[in-house]
Design a protein around this ligand. Sequence first.
Ligand code: NAP
Length: 287
Amino acid sequence: MAIVQNWLPPSRENWELVCYIWQFFPVITAFQWLLDWYPQGKTSTECRFNIPGAIGWCTMESVGFTTLLYIMFTLPEEQGIEELPWGNWTMAACFVIHYIYRAVVSPLFLNPSMSPIHPLVWAMAALFQWFNAVSIGGWLAGHGPTTVNDWAGRYWTMEIGLVIWAWGLLGNIFHDDDLREIRRAADRKQRREAKEQGKPLEGVAKIYMLPKNGLFQYILYAHYFCEWVEWAGFWMVGGWNCHPARAFLINEITTMLPRAVQGKRWYIKKFGKDKVGNRKAVIPGLV
Ligand SMILES: NC(=O)c1ccc[n+]([C@@H]2O[C@H](COP(=O)([O-])OP(=O)(O)OC[C@H]3O[C@@H](n4cnc5c(N)ncnc54)[C@H](OP(=O)(O)O)[C@@H]3O)[C@@H](O)[C@H]2O)c1
């Protein structure tokens, strides 16, 4: 059943239009290089319309995997496709696994605290998710490969791509968790002091330290870098001609790179040039 006729799930014409528009997303990210205002995370600001961090992340990031799943379960029927090949489902599973971690497990169960998000950042992220899910979902659910033959002869590159995807995801989770541990440790310390010295619990929101483990020794945004590795693997699974996976990777890099460069400036301001040392922002040895 279509929620919005020809849009959800998208007709081929509308899907092509979405993919066409989506490739221009990097143009929008140009403002991130020019403007330091980014009211989220470390650089969140006080605003009465702010959305609490965990709820914000859960809702904006859920748009992607729910939209993709909806398209996967409705478009094939509309296209008269009886069964999608396993390659399509494998890529859909990669996408959904990542976003269940990012949108549900991480904000609702794992993160000790998350800064509030300005509604504008929330809306941009939700829009990013929608465009991305329609672009990838449309390709996977009927406007891209539709038979096992479409995947034939590519099994080696698919397998290598899957391994890269999995290592990227594990690296992303590992480094996310290193950041969480900073606040978990602060929480343990506060609780100990509350018990032993009767000090009040202050909470761990907005407690920042320099992360040091894993790739954080070389780059301040190791979790971003691993996520790029993950989606590069995903593109490899889909193949060179999988333009939605390519657009996803390029669009992620173009929005996360300026954010990481801005983040490096933030770390230097907060902890000093000496403490940050010669660590790069996000690409080891380069940026
Ligand atoms: N931002 C994007 O454009 C974007 C796009 C696609 C995917 N992602 C992925 O989403 C995840 C989160 O992204 P993000 O931009 O929110 O990353 P982030 O700014 O590094 O924050 C990640 C989490 O760790 C906390 N944190 C960050 N630095 C810390 C430090 N030095 N000490 C203690 N805690 C710290 C943050 O708390 P606060 O919230 O209180 O700062 C937040 O809860 C990453 O894995 C990233 O790959 C992000």
